[in-house]
Write a protein that binds this ligand. Structure first.
Ligand code: FES
Ligand code: FES
Length: 196
């Protein structure tokens, strides 16, 4: 079997699965229930996620990462350190890349939140960053990929034609255990070409 083709298929799977709610949502919902703090009063609020107004019950101290994963089932966003160090939970808030584990859901009312599930075009085609990451075989294990994608999208919206050094700086808040940094930078530079 052609190993390059096999690897490309794996990476496509990573990109596609991070762009759709996974079948493990039930597990995450169960986990969310166990994480609820006793005595905390939930409030029903409206937040805008991926262009849709979502009504959701939220605890006062609940992070956006928790809300989007465990209440809205948008499990493409990953949580690793859960303390603002790794970038795996990165989402866009009004086009700025933000660690969703480090902001409270109550703070994002009235803002536009975009998760990796919200990047596809209306016709279902992938965002140029997702396409470029596939073409450049950027991910290794894929766990950090959604966060890398979101940071790259934010970078290219602010600067559609970055130098490689600017791209490195733009993704510097996203750690990768597999050390695939150069592969992700290749993907960002390819995405810039696709966008231009
Ligand atoms: S999980 Fe949010 S920064 Fe690591
Ligand atoms: S590809 Fe494995 S952690 Fe980044």
């Amino acid at each position: 079997m052609n190993s390059r083709l096999t690897r490309r298929h794996f990476i496509k799977g990573v990109i596609y699965s991070s762009a759709a709610a996974t079948s493990g949502a039930g597990f995450y919902l169960a986990n969310a229930a166990s994480n609820r703090q006793p005595g905390a009063v939930e409030r029903l609020i409206s937040i805008n996620v991926n262009g849709r107004t979502r009504r959701v019950d939220v605890q006062p101290q609940e992070t956006l990462a928790h809300t989007i994963r465990y209440r809205l089932n948008l499990t493409g966003t990953k949580v690793s350190c859960n303390r603002g160090e790794c970038g795996s939970c990165t989402v866009l808030i009004d086009d700025t890349a933000i660690y969703s584990c480090s902001i409270l859901t109550h703070q994002v009312k009235g803002k536009e939140i975009t998760t990796v599930e919200g990047l596809r075009a209306a016709d279902g085609s992938l965002h140029p960053v997702q396409q470029a990451f596939i073409e450049e075989l950027s991910p290794q294990c894929g766990f950090c990929t959604p966060g890398q994608v979101m940071s790259a999208v934010a970078l290219l919206r602010a600067n559609p034609n970055p130098t490689r050094e600017q791209a490195r700086l733009g993704l510097s808040g996203n750690l990768c255990r597999c050390g695939a940094y150069d592969h992700y930078l290749n993907g960002v530079m390819r995405a810039a070409e696709l966008i231009s």
